[in-house]
Design a protein around this ligand. Structure first.
Ligand SMILES: [Zn+2]
Length: 206
């Protein structure tokens, strides 16, 4: 009887993913706490003594322009079914990943522990430094090169960036877009991504 009458605590009511006002990263495991994990094999270790000092923002949708579903998770885990869509047939053998994905719903999914090297940036250059995968964290937003993004995605991105800045202080204000480190080759996160909106959230939410 006692057990049946016990109200769940606020913590128990929280989903194990989604908006979390106190996002925290365990720097030993490199994992975001209370976050869905879909660990990707597309990763390796960073070069020795490499400080993590950059966040790269991306956008992705699979099939392109379609939201929902779990094709992005399948793609980053090399499990995309090439028969499901002509575009999947083109890309299913690519071995890529990102550290985390923020879906249109705000749900965050982690693919690679933050201290490990995800394969998200490709050939790239940030302020004269090449191979950005070595020293950066890649965050994908579910979206396209031209669509706007959901408020909940900015909210979650700002929380995640803030947690990453706490866990990896060398990041400071170094946040860039994939198109900025691979110009001419990449267009994401795209024209619909509002950097002011992210910066305003970063400057005000704490
Ligand atoms: Zn990208």
């Amino acid at each position: 009887m006692h057990a049946n009458n016990t109200k769940p605590s606020i913590k128990e009511k929280l989903p194990n993913h989604g908006y979390n006002p106190t996002m925290q990263i365990n720097t030993k495991t490199g994992l975001l706490e209370q976050c869905k994990q879909c660990l990707s094999p597309n990763k390796d270790t960073r070069p020795d003594d490499t400080a993590i000092d950059l966040i790269v923002v991306h956008s992705i949708s699979l099939p392109p322009g379609q939201y929902g579903g779990d094709a992005i998770e399948q793609f980053f885990q090399n499990k995309l079914d090439k028969n499901e869509h002509p575009y999947f047939d083109e890309i299913h053998e690519m071995q890529v990943s990102s550290h985390a994905l923020i879906k249109r719903s705000g749900e965050i999914i982690q693919f690679v522990p933050f201290h490990e090297r995800a394969w998200h940036a490709g050939q790239s250059n940030y302020q004269g430094r090449e191979r950005c995968n070595d020293f950066s964290i890649g965050i994908e937003l579910e979206g396209t090169d031209s669509d706007s993004f959901e408020d909940i995605q900015y909210q979650q991105l700002a929380q995640l960036v803030s947690a990453l800045q706490t866990a990896y202080p060398a990041i400071t204000d170094n946040i860039t877009g994939h198109s900025d480190i691979a110009p001419g080759r990449k267009k994401d996160p795209g024209t619909g991504f509002d950097w002011d909106k992210l910066n305003n959230r970063l400057n005000t939410h704490e």
